[in-house]
Design a binder for this molecule. Structure first.
Ligand SMILES: Nc1ncnc2c1ncn2[C@@H]1O[C@H](COP(=O)(O)OP(=O)(O)O)[C@@H](O)[C@H]1O
Ligand SMILES: [Mg+2]
Length: 316
Protein backbone atom coordinates (compact mmCIF):
# COMPACT_ATOMS: atom_id res chain seq x y z
CA UNK A 1 0.00 0.00 0.00
CA UNK A 2 1.34 3.42 -0.92
CA UNK A 3 0.44 7.05 -0.41
CA UNK A 4 -0.32 8.26 -3.92
CA UNK A 5 -0.99 11.76 -5.24
CA UNK A 6 -3.16 11.65 -8.36
CA UNK A 7 -2.42 14.74 -10.45
CA UNK A 8 -5.29 15.65 -12.72
CA UNK A 9 -7.06 18.54 -14.40
CA UNK A 10 -4.58 21.35 -14.87
CA UNK A 11 -5.10 24.22 -17.24
CA UNK A 12 -4.65 22.50 -20.59
CA UNK A 13 -7.24 22.22 -23.37
CA UNK A 14 -7.63 18.59 -22.34
CA UNK A 15 -8.57 19.45 -18.75
CA UNK A 16 -11.98 17.77 -18.94
CA UNK A 17 -10.61 14.46 -20.21
CA UNK A 18 -7.89 14.63 -17.60
CA UNK A 19 -10.43 15.09 -14.79
CA UNK A 20 -12.16 11.93 -15.96
CA UNK A 21 -8.90 9.98 -16.30
CA UNK A 22 -7.86 11.18 -12.85
CA UNK A 23 -11.14 10.29 -11.19
CA UNK A 24 -11.05 6.81 -12.66
CA UNK A 25 -7.43 6.25 -11.60
CA UNK A 26 -8.28 7.52 -8.13
CA UNK A 27 -11.16 5.03 -7.80
CA UNK A 28 -8.95 2.19 -8.97
CA UNK A 29 -6.16 3.11 -6.53
CA UNK A 30 -8.65 3.24 -3.66
CA UNK A 31 -10.06 -0.17 -4.59
CA UNK A 32 -6.47 -1.44 -4.61
CA UNK A 33 -6.08 -0.21 -1.03
CA UNK A 34 -3.81 2.75 -1.61
CA UNK A 35 -4.09 6.00 0.29
CA UNK A 36 -5.02 8.57 -2.36
CA UNK A 37 -4.82 12.36 -2.47
CA UNK A 38 -6.28 13.83 -5.64
CA UNK A 39 -4.85 17.17 -6.72
CA UNK A 40 -6.34 19.38 -9.42
CA UNK A 41 -3.08 20.94 -10.58
CA UNK A 42 -3.02 24.71 -10.14
CA UNK A 43 -0.84 27.42 -8.62
CA UNK A 44 -0.86 25.65 -5.22
CA UNK A 45 0.44 22.37 -6.67
CA UNK A 46 3.82 22.39 -4.93
CA UNK A 47 2.33 23.32 -1.57
CA UNK A 48 -0.33 20.67 -1.84
CA UNK A 49 2.25 18.04 -2.73
CA UNK A 50 4.40 19.10 0.24
CA UNK A 51 1.39 18.92 2.57
CA UNK A 52 0.31 15.53 1.31
CA UNK A 53 3.88 14.13 1.26
CA UNK A 54 3.01 11.20 -1.01
CA UNK A 55 5.48 8.44 -1.90
CA UNK A 56 4.61 8.61 -5.57
CA UNK A 57 2.64 10.74 -8.02
CA UNK A 58 0.29 9.34 -10.64
CA UNK A 59 0.27 11.82 -13.52
CA UNK A 60 -3.18 11.78 -15.13
CA UNK A 61 -2.83 15.12 -16.91
CA UNK A 62 -3.15 15.28 -20.68
CA UNK A 63 -1.99 18.01 -23.00
CA UNK A 64 0.15 20.96 -21.96
CA UNK A 65 1.94 20.70 -18.58
CA UNK A 66 1.06 17.04 -18.06
CA UNK A 67 2.50 15.77 -21.33
CA UNK A 68 5.12 18.38 -22.19
CA UNK A 69 7.47 17.59 -19.30
CA UNK A 70 6.48 20.48 -17.02
CA UNK A 71 4.85 18.46 -14.26
CA UNK A 72 7.59 15.86 -14.55
CA UNK A 73 10.25 18.58 -14.09
CA UNK A 74 8.53 19.81 -10.92
CA UNK A 75 8.27 16.26 -9.59
CA UNK A 76 11.99 15.77 -10.24
CA UNK A 77 12.71 18.88 -8.19
CA UNK A 78 10.62 17.50 -5.35
CA UNK A 79 12.38 14.13 -5.66
CA UNK A 80 9.06 12.39 -6.04
CA UNK A 81 8.82 9.28 -8.22
CA UNK A 82 6.05 9.53 -10.82
CA UNK A 83 4.27 7.42 -13.41
CA UNK A 84 5.11 7.38 -17.09
CA UNK A 85 7.88 8.97 -19.09
CA UNK A 86 10.56 11.30 -17.80
CA UNK A 87 11.05 14.94 -18.70
CA UNK A 88 13.10 14.42 -21.87
CA UNK A 89 10.79 11.81 -23.38
CA UNK A 90 7.75 13.99 -22.64
CA UNK A 91 9.39 16.92 -24.41
CA UNK A 92 10.19 14.68 -27.39
CA UNK A 93 6.62 13.32 -27.64
CA UNK A 94 4.85 16.62 -27.05
CA UNK A 95 6.57 18.24 -30.04
CA UNK A 96 5.44 16.34 -33.13
CA UNK A 97 8.20 17.92 -35.21
CA UNK A 98 10.90 16.76 -32.80
CA UNK A 99 9.26 13.33 -32.63
CA UNK A 100 9.27 13.02 -36.40
CA UNK A 101 12.92 14.06 -36.71
CA UNK A 102 13.96 11.53 -34.10
CA UNK A 103 11.94 8.77 -35.78
CA UNK A 104 13.27 9.63 -39.22
CA UNK A 105 16.84 9.67 -37.91
CA UNK A 106 16.54 6.07 -36.72
CA UNK A 107 14.73 4.90 -39.86
CA UNK A 108 11.20 4.61 -38.44
CA UNK A 109 8.76 5.64 -41.19
CA UNK A 110 6.76 8.81 -40.54
CA UNK A 111 4.94 10.85 -43.22
CA UNK A 112 7.16 13.33 -45.10
CA UNK A 113 6.96 16.81 -43.65
CA UNK A 114 8.20 20.36 -43.32
CA UNK A 115 7.75 22.53 -40.26
CA UNK A 116 8.04 26.25 -39.63
CA UNK A 117 7.70 28.66 -36.77
CA UNK A 118 5.47 31.72 -36.86
CA UNK A 119 8.53 33.94 -37.17
CA UNK A 120 9.58 32.13 -40.36
CA UNK A 121 6.33 33.35 -41.91
CA UNK A 122 6.44 36.79 -40.35
CA UNK A 123 10.09 37.60 -40.81
CA UNK A 124 11.48 35.30 -43.47
CA UNK A 125 8.68 35.06 -45.99
CA UNK A 126 8.19 31.31 -45.53
CA UNK A 127 4.80 31.66 -47.26
CA UNK A 128 6.71 31.92 -50.53
CA UNK A 129 7.93 28.35 -49.99
CA UNK A 130 4.36 27.00 -49.78
CA UNK A 131 4.00 26.22 -53.51
CA UNK A 132 7.21 24.16 -53.39
CA UNK A 133 5.99 22.37 -50.25
CA UNK A 134 2.70 21.63 -51.98
CA UNK A 135 4.55 20.11 -54.93
CA UNK A 136 6.75 18.00 -52.66
CA UNK A 137 4.10 16.75 -50.27
CA UNK A 138 1.11 16.78 -52.61
CA UNK A 139 -2.58 17.33 -51.77
CA UNK A 140 -4.49 16.96 -49.60
CA UNK A 141 -1.89 18.33 -47.23
CA UNK A 142 -2.22 17.78 -43.50
CA UNK A 143 -1.58 20.91 -41.44
CA UNK A 144 -1.17 20.63 -37.67
CA UNK A 145 0.24 22.54 -34.75
CA UNK A 146 3.52 20.99 -33.58
CA UNK A 147 1.98 20.45 -30.16
CA UNK A 148 -1.52 19.55 -28.91
CA UNK A 149 -3.60 16.42 -28.90
CA UNK A 150 -7.12 15.19 -29.62
CA UNK A 151 -6.93 16.45 -33.21
CA UNK A 152 -7.01 20.07 -31.97
CA UNK A 153 -6.00 22.45 -34.73
CA UNK A 154 -5.52 19.72 -37.35
CA UNK A 155 -6.80 20.61 -40.80
CA UNK A 156 -6.68 18.84 -44.11
CA UNK A 157 -6.02 21.23 -46.96
CA UNK A 158 -7.50 19.69 -50.15
CA UNK A 159 -5.84 22.30 -52.40
CA UNK A 160 -3.11 24.94 -52.26
CA UNK A 161 -5.78 27.59 -51.72
CA UNK A 162 -6.78 25.96 -48.42
CA UNK A 163 -3.29 25.93 -46.94
CA UNK A 164 -2.99 29.52 -45.62
CA UNK A 165 -6.20 29.31 -43.56
CA UNK A 166 -5.16 25.92 -42.20
CA UNK A 167 -1.81 27.36 -41.16
CA UNK A 168 -3.46 30.30 -39.43
CA UNK A 169 -5.70 27.90 -37.56
CA UNK A 170 -2.72 25.76 -36.47
CA UNK A 171 -0.89 28.86 -35.24
CA UNK A 172 -3.73 29.54 -32.83
CA UNK A 173 -2.54 26.42 -30.96
CA UNK A 174 1.23 26.60 -31.24
CA UNK A 175 4.05 28.76 -32.52
CA UNK A 176 5.26 25.99 -34.81
CA UNK A 177 3.25 24.39 -37.59
CA UNK A 178 3.77 21.02 -39.24
CA UNK A 179 2.88 20.40 -42.89
CA UNK A 180 2.63 16.69 -43.48
CA UNK A 181 2.03 14.34 -46.38
CA UNK A 182 -1.45 12.83 -46.25
CA UNK A 183 -1.50 9.06 -45.81
CA UNK A 184 -4.61 7.41 -47.23
CA UNK A 185 -5.43 4.41 -45.12
CA UNK A 186 -6.43 3.17 -41.70
CA UNK A 187 -6.02 4.95 -38.41
CA UNK A 188 -4.31 2.68 -35.85
CA UNK A 189 -3.10 3.09 -32.27
CA UNK A 190 -0.86 0.85 -30.21
CA UNK A 191 -0.70 1.26 -26.46
CA UNK A 192 2.39 0.10 -24.69
CA UNK A 193 2.76 -0.88 -21.06
CA UNK A 194 6.01 -2.16 -19.61
CA UNK A 195 6.17 -5.55 -18.03
CA UNK A 196 9.31 -6.70 -16.17
CA UNK A 197 11.21 -3.79 -17.70
CA UNK A 198 10.22 -4.71 -21.26
CA UNK A 199 7.95 -2.59 -23.46
CA UNK A 200 4.94 -4.72 -24.30
CA UNK A 201 2.51 -3.75 -27.06
CA UNK A 202 -1.19 -4.22 -26.34
CA UNK A 203 -3.62 -5.23 -29.12
CA UNK A 204 -3.94 -2.74 -31.98
CA UNK A 205 -6.96 -0.41 -31.92
CA UNK A 206 -8.47 0.97 -35.13
CA UNK A 207 -10.39 4.25 -35.21
CA UNK A 208 -13.11 4.01 -37.84
CA UNK A 209 -14.81 7.20 -39.01
CA UNK A 210 -18.58 6.88 -39.04
CA UNK A 211 -19.50 10.04 -40.94
CA UNK A 212 -18.47 11.30 -44.33
CA UNK A 213 -16.80 14.43 -42.95
CA UNK A 214 -13.54 13.16 -44.34
CA UNK A 215 -11.44 16.25 -43.76
CA UNK A 216 -12.95 17.43 -40.52
CA UNK A 217 -11.08 15.40 -37.97
CA UNK A 218 -11.69 17.91 -35.19
CA UNK A 219 -15.44 17.53 -35.49
CA UNK A 220 -15.07 13.81 -35.84
CA UNK A 221 -13.38 13.49 -32.47
CA UNK A 222 -15.47 16.04 -30.66
CA UNK A 223 -18.81 14.73 -31.77
CA UNK A 224 -17.66 11.17 -31.35
CA UNK A 225 -18.33 10.07 -34.87
CA UNK A 226 -15.53 7.59 -34.50
CA UNK A 227 -15.91 3.94 -33.61
CA UNK A 228 -13.02 2.05 -32.06
CA UNK A 229 -12.34 -1.57 -32.93
CA UNK A 230 -10.06 -3.58 -30.67
CA UNK A 231 -8.36 -5.78 -31.63
CA UNK A 232 -8.31 -4.20 -35.09
CA UNK A 233 -9.23 -6.57 -37.90
CA UNK A 234 -6.01 -6.71 -39.87
CA UNK A 235 -4.53 -9.00 -42.49
CA UNK A 236 -2.15 -11.77 -41.43
CA UNK A 237 1.00 -10.41 -39.81
CA UNK A 238 -0.03 -6.74 -39.94
CA UNK A 239 -0.91 -6.48 -36.24
CA UNK A 240 2.50 -7.87 -35.28
CA UNK A 241 4.28 -5.46 -37.64
CA UNK A 242 2.30 -2.55 -36.22
CA UNK A 243 3.08 -3.55 -32.64
CA UNK A 244 6.78 -3.99 -33.42
CA UNK A 245 6.99 -0.57 -35.05
CA UNK A 246 5.19 1.02 -32.11
CA UNK A 247 7.64 -0.56 -29.66
CA UNK A 248 10.55 0.69 -31.79
CA UNK A 249 9.11 4.21 -31.71
CA UNK A 250 8.51 3.98 -27.94
CA UNK A 251 12.15 3.02 -27.42
CA UNK A 252 13.51 5.60 -29.87
CA UNK A 253 11.68 8.34 -28.00
CA UNK A 254 12.87 7.03 -24.63
CA UNK A 255 9.37 6.57 -23.20
CA UNK A 256 8.94 4.82 -19.86
CA UNK A 257 6.11 3.03 -18.08
CA UNK A 258 3.42 3.41 -20.69
CA UNK A 259 2.49 5.43 -23.78
CA UNK A 260 0.37 5.26 -26.90
CA UNK A 261 1.71 5.42 -30.43
CA UNK A 262 -0.60 6.60 -33.26
CA UNK A 263 0.03 5.27 -36.74
CA UNK A 264 -1.45 5.09 -40.23
CA UNK A 265 -1.61 1.89 -42.24
CA UNK A 266 -1.43 2.99 -45.87
CA UNK A 267 -3.58 1.19 -48.43
CA UNK A 268 -0.49 -0.60 -49.80
CA UNK A 269 0.35 -1.99 -46.36
CA UNK A 270 3.12 0.46 -45.46
CA UNK A 271 2.98 1.72 -41.86
CA UNK A 272 3.79 5.26 -40.72
CA UNK A 273 4.13 6.56 -37.18
CA UNK A 274 2.25 9.84 -36.67
CA UNK A 275 2.97 10.64 -33.06
CA UNK A 276 3.43 9.39 -29.51
CA UNK A 277 1.28 10.31 -26.52
CA UNK A 278 3.17 10.30 -23.22
CA UNK A 279 0.05 10.43 -21.03
CA UNK A 280 -2.68 8.73 -23.06
CA UNK A 281 -6.30 8.94 -21.91
CA UNK A 282 -7.41 6.61 -19.10
CA UNK A 283 -11.18 7.16 -19.24
CA UNK A 284 -13.83 4.49 -19.83
CA UNK A 285 -13.72 5.19 -23.55
CA UNK A 286 -9.97 5.76 -23.93
CA UNK A 287 -7.90 3.54 -26.17
CA UNK A 288 -5.24 2.33 -23.72
CA UNK A 289 -7.71 0.88 -21.17
CA UNK A 290 -9.68 -0.72 -24.02
CA UNK A 291 -6.55 -2.32 -25.40
CA UNK A 292 -5.48 -3.50 -21.95
CA UNK A 293 -8.91 -5.04 -21.47
CA UNK A 294 -8.60 -6.86 -24.79
CA UNK A 295 -5.26 -8.23 -23.55
CA UNK A 296 -6.92 -9.52 -20.38
CA UNK A 297 -5.59 -6.74 -18.14
CA UNK A 298 -8.46 -5.16 -16.15
CA UNK A 299 -8.25 -1.43 -15.41
CA UNK A 300 -7.25 -1.86 -11.75
CA UNK A 301 -4.41 -4.22 -12.69
CA UNK A 302 -3.28 -1.73 -15.33
CA UNK A 303 -3.18 1.10 -12.80
CA UNK A 304 -1.34 -1.08 -10.27
CA UNK A 305 1.24 -2.03 -12.86
CA UNK A 306 1.84 1.57 -13.97
CA UNK A 307 2.23 2.59 -10.32
CA UNK A 308 4.60 -0.29 -9.51
CA UNK A 309 6.89 0.75 -12.39
CA UNK A 310 7.02 4.30 -11.01
CA UNK A 311 7.81 3.06 -7.50
CA UNK A 312 10.57 0.80 -8.77
CA UNK A 313 12.37 3.79 -10.30
CA UNK A 314 14.39 6.30 -8.38
CA UNK A 315 14.03 9.91 -9.50
CA UNK A 316 17.09 11.28 -11.27
N1 LIG B 1 -0.55 12.52 -42.34
C1 LIG B 1 -1.78 12.09 -42.10
N2 LIG B 1 -2.47 11.37 -43.02
C2 LIG B 1 -3.72 10.95 -42.77
N3 LIG B 1 -4.39 11.17 -41.63
C3 LIG B 1 -3.77 11.87 -40.66
C4 LIG B 1 -2.43 12.36 -40.84
N4 LIG B 1 -2.09 13.02 -39.72
C5 LIG B 1 -3.13 12.94 -38.88
N5 LIG B 1 -4.15 12.26 -39.43
C6 LIG B 1 -5.44 11.97 -38.79
O1 LIG B 1 -5.65 12.88 -37.70
C7 LIG B 1 -5.64 12.18 -36.45
C8 LIG B 1 -4.90 12.98 -35.40
O2 LIG B 1 -3.54 13.16 -35.78
P1 LIG B 1 -2.35 12.99 -34.77
O3 LIG B 1 -1.08 13.26 -35.51
O4 LIG B 1 -2.43 11.66 -34.09
O5 LIG B 1 -2.56 14.19 -33.75
P2 LIG B 1 -3.33 14.31 -32.34
O6 LIG B 1 -3.91 12.97 -32.02
O7 LIG B 1 -2.26 14.72 -31.39
O8 LIG B 1 -4.32 15.37 -32.52
C9 LIG B 1 -4.97 10.85 -36.76
O9 LIG B 1 -5.38 9.86 -35.86
C10 LIG B 1 -5.44 10.59 -38.19
O10 LIG B 1 -6.76 10.12 -38.19
MG1 LIG C 1 -3.11 11.14 -32.18
Amino acid sequence: MSRVAVLKGGRSLERQVSLRSGARVQDALERLGHQVVAIDAGPDLIQRLRDASPEVAFVAMHGRDGEDGTIQELLEVLGLPYTGSGVAACIRCWDKVLTKHLLRDVGIPTPDFHAFSETAFRELGAAQALPAIGRQLDFPLVVKPAAQGSALGIKFAPTAADVPAAIVSAFSYDRKVLLERYVPGRDLAVSIVEEDGEARALPVVEAVAEGRDFYDFEARYEIGRTRFVCPAELAEGVAERTQELAVEAYRALGCAGFARIDLMLREDGQLFVLEANSVPGLTETSLLPQAADAAGIPFDALVERILAIALSRQPA
